[in-house]
Design a protein around this ligand. Structure first.
Ligand code: G3I
Ligand code: 9MR
Ligand code: ZN
Length: 551
């Protein structure tokens, strides 16, 4: 546990938002409630006759199953003057300093966006853009097809997936699509530059960064069939070395339906996003998306991807491709207006097994649902609309209801603390923000905001899950460059996977006692890949959510 004991969003709060701090104590030591005061550390001269800005009593302590603690809420909503504050109790407990400000999340949003640049593969990261976190050009050699090593292809570029150096098509499409959706929803928050090599070329940097991955994804399409190779990686995960020192041969694994569906969807969406800026690139992507769709049509029933026995990099196995196919049909319909895609969306969209709400690398049907509900009503089939709306809002209501009972006000139940729980935390918030756009109110935005507060430290551990963000951020992410580069500070803006009760790695097995409550199962250790790794598709929804609260 980190001190100070009172948990807050370490970046602070916007003037207009609900502001709640939390105090978690072992259930047998919790009093009925605590009295608190908020002291002013920095504020506009003359505004504060007393150093005490606010006093009050916390809520009653309530048991919180996710943390195993008794948790009380401290309402600091009355703070309405920009400044730097700290909460403290007479018993000596305190919060970290925090700000009340007009736009406290803009720098974190941009750091999380810039983190994608740090994931770039196939080029050198130079000091002009990478500051001290430079690396040489990596993984530039041709890669062999695993099924026929005599075939060698150039699939250089794109982003490293995570703490490892694999590049996986489905997760890449997930990340790009969420970043593009963020730009579509919040262009004003995401139009700034983040100092990347393309900055100033007339295209917004968010699109420039996505293009770096999209050009790689295009190389992963089999030119003959239109299908997408599932991934490219070395046979084993590399050691803790810089990417440019990883000289092991690269292998491309066989075509999968999940990669092909994710690609068709993502590139159709990207064609729409890029058209106003680079029409030729948009054309290239739309025709690639059509080819991937043709592969899906020609291959209606495909087993889920499994690693061949000698392949030990990330598997991203996913048995169900209905969600990727549905998402692809919807995006292709949105991009082209063609009736054949609409008919496919209607057919897939009403399949009983379809996941219509999730936004993660495995289950991603929610992306199709959001896109469909964004279409003008005249372009939508009433029955499909109704079916999708019913499920989408039922899920939003469920999330808001969980938030109302969770000790820290998040949408995660105890059983949601799985590998990459931060992905759920952020994707739930994306879902709620989209739901709020369609039907404002209902507590959706407030629940989404609380998930962001949790990411930035208003959680049981008092830990910001983003490197370099907040007073007490994760310091030791499972991220090979930050282990190997000898630099004291990890690359900033990386979102850690978050607490994971599964504890599937040695440090969390040895360092987290049996019986630890799920929301506390994180160990800030470079070796803890199951609780403290970073990935592109955990950063992407966090950019979306931070953008939503920094317009
Ligand atoms: O969905 C089930 C849930 O129903 C069940 O209650 C729970 C109990 O543990 O498990 C859930 O499944 C977990 C799944 O993640 C959820 O997405 C699995 O246990 C867990 O093993 C699985 O972890 C995946 C991990 O690879 C291992 O396969 C992560 O999602 C995935 O993000 C991660 O991806 C790795 C790449 O392979 C390699 N690169 C790094 C990347 C991040 O760690
Ligand atoms: O670094 C790897 C990480 O990206 C994966 O998520 C994780 C699980 O597949 O595996 C990590 O690599 C570890 C490997 O599985 C076992 N030996 C130690 C590796 C970490 O150093
Ligand atoms: Zn690389």
């Amino acid at each position: 546990m980190h001190e100070p004991a009172i948990r807050i969003n370490q970046l602070g709060y916007r003037l207009e938002d609900v502001k709640t701090a939390f105090l978690a104590l072992p259930p047998d030591t919790a009093p009925a409630s605590v009295d608190f005061e908020v002291i002013v550390l920095e504020g506009p001269p003359g505004k504060f006759p007393s150093p005490i800005a606010l006093t009050g009593a916390s809520s009653a302590f309530r048991p919180d199953p996710a943390t195993g603690m008794a948790v009380a809420r401290i309402d600091i909503g009355a703070l309405d003057i920009p400044g730097l504050y700290r909460i403290r109790t007479k018993t000596g407990l305190q919060s970290p300093p925090f700000r009340i400000a007009a736009n406290p999340y803009a720098a974190a949003r941009d750091a999380m966006r810039k983190a994608l640049y740090f994931m770039r593969c196939g080029c050198a990261l130079e000091p002009a853009h990478a500051s001290i976190w430079t690396h040489g050009a990596c993984h530039t050699a041709k890669a062999c097809l695993h099924t026929d090593p005599s075939v060698q292809l150039d699939v250089s570029g794109g982003w490293h997936d995570a703490g490892d150096y694999g590049r996986y098509v489905g997760p890449g499409c997930n990340a790009v699509a969420e970043l593009l959706l963020a730009f579509e929803f919040f262009p004003e928050a995401l139009s700034g530059t983040v100092n990347i090599p393309e900055s100033g070329n007339g295209v917004p940097d968010l699109l420039n960064e996505c293009r770096y991955e999209l050009e790689f994804l295009l190389k992963m399409q089999d030119s003959a069939s239109g299908g997408l190779y599932h991934k490219v990686a070395t046979l084993q995960f590399p050691g803790y070395i810089m990417p440019e020192d990883d000289g092991e041969p690269l292998f491309i694994n066989h075509i999968s339906a999940t990669a092909s569906g994710g690609f068709a969807a993502c590139l159709a969406a990207a064609a729409v996003a890029f058209r106003p800026y680079v029409a030729a690139f948009a054309d290239r992507m739309l025709s690639a998306a059509r080819k991937a769709w043709a592969w899906l049509e020609a291959n209606p029933s495909v087993p889920g991807f499994r690693n061949p026995p000698d392949v030990h990099s990330g598997e991203y196995g996913d048995e169900t491709d209905t969600d990727e196919r549905f998402w692809a049909a919807v995006e292709l319909y949105a991009a082209t207006g063609e009736e054949a895609f609409h008919q496919a969306a209607i057919r897939l969209g009403t399949m009983p097994e379809l996941d219509r709400t999730s936004l993660g690398w495995a289950d991603i049907g929610g992306m199709g649902t959001i896109r469909y509900l964004l279409l003008p009503e005249a372009k939508r089939d009433p029955a499909l609309s109704q079916c999708l709306e019913a499920v989408f809002f039922a899920e939003a209501d469920r999330l808001a209801a969980v938030a109302a009972t969770d000790g820290f006000g998040t949408t995660l139940r105890p059983e949601d603390y799985i590998w990459g729980s931060a992905m759920l935390l952020m994707n739930h918030a994306v879902h709620l923000i989209a739901a709020d756009r369609f039907r404002p109110g209902n507590g959706y935005r407030q629940a989404a905001a609380q998930n962001l507060h949790s990411l930035f430290g208003a959680n049981a551990m008092g830990l910001s899950l983003v490197t370099g963000v907040g007073t007490y951020p994760v310091l030791n992410p499972h991220y090979r460059p930050s282990v190997a580069d000898g630099i004291a500070h990890a690359v900033p803006g990386l979102v850690s996977g978050g607490p994971n009760a599964g504890r599937q790695d040695p440090p969390s097995q040895h360092g987290i006692p049996d019986g630890t409550a799920p929301a506390l199962c994180l160990i800030d250790d470079i070796e803890s890949y199951a609780t403290n790794e970073v990935t592109i598709y955990w950063n992407a929804p966090a950019v979306f959510v931070a953008a939503a609260f920094s317009c």
